[in-house]
Design a binder for this molecule. Structure first.
Ligand code: ATP
Ligand code: MG
Length: 219
């Protein structure tokens, strides 16, 4: 099977995440995408993130009816209470659960990848599996190659992929979704509609539970 791990804060999951996932599904003949909400995102400790159970519930609603989208508890807080989750730990966990015949990809947006050198053991992470890097408006995908130091390069870039020593970065340039969780939180906090920016079931959940009403930070 071709499997992808798609991690994020998902606060909330939105149609940009789903566009990236759908494009990856098609472009890489994926059989499954694990949507992995982070219990305590290492990069976002500056603001209060919505409780894990709400973010997971919204991911589960967004995956409903999509047979290849799997809501995942790989980073659920009960397994590592109080600890930040590092992508490399999650990838290793998932690799243990997969069979040797499975091929794992790490699905990530351009903004997050451009920041990858701040991630825990990022060089080792890049050697764990291939990456699918989705374009995102406002973040030039052409800068991806510049993030990779020479000693990690496995050769010259070819077309839409960059070889590393043991793995490869694939550029998925067709995603064009100008939407973010921050913008959705901001709209919801102002009482503005978020229709169309998130799946209908997620919109309903946000409204019923009154999420983001008191959100006073946008990033
Ligand atoms: P926030 O505004 O809170 O940072 P976000 O919209 O960036 O939220 P995250 O949960 O931070 O969403 O992102 C999870 C993953 O999805 C990251 O790899 C990110 O790059 C990717 N991603 C998020 N939104 C988009 C988008 N519109 N297009 C492509 N990739 C996206
Ligand atoms: Mg983000």
């Amino acid at each position: 099977m071709n499997v992808a791990l798609f991690g994020g804060t998902f606060d909330p999951v939105h149609s940009g995440h789903l566009s990236a996932a759908r494009a990856a599904l098609q472009g890489f003949a994926l059989d499954l995408i694990y949507f992995v909400p982070a219990s305590m995102p290492p990069h976002k400790q500056g603001r209060s993130v919505t409780a894990f159970h709400h973010r997971y519930a919204m991911v589960a609603l967004a995956c409903a009816g999509e047979s290849r989208f799997l809501p995942s508890l790989l980073e659920a807080p009960e397994f590592d209470p109080g600890k930040p989750n590092y992508a490399i730990t999650t990838v290793r966990k998932l690799i243990q659960q997969l069979s040797e015949k499975d091929r794992l990809y790490f699905l990530i947006g351009t903004d997050a990848f451009l920041d990858i050198h701040h991630w825990h053991e990022w060089k080792a992470l890049l050697e764990c599996c291939d990456f699918i890097i989705a374009s995102r408006p406002g973040f030039p995908i052409s800068e991806i190659a510049q993030v990779i130091p020479q000693e990690l390069r496995g050769g010259p870039a070819d077309g839409n992929s960059i070889p590393l020593l043991r793995t490869r970065l694939h550029l998925l340039t067709t995603v064009d979704a100008d939407i973010s969780s921050s913008a959705i939180r901001q709209l919801a906090s102002e009482g503005q509609p978020i229709r169309g920016l998130v799946p209908a079931a997620v919109e309903e959940y946000v409204q019923k539970l009154g999420l983001f009403i008191h959100a006073n930070q946008t990033s």
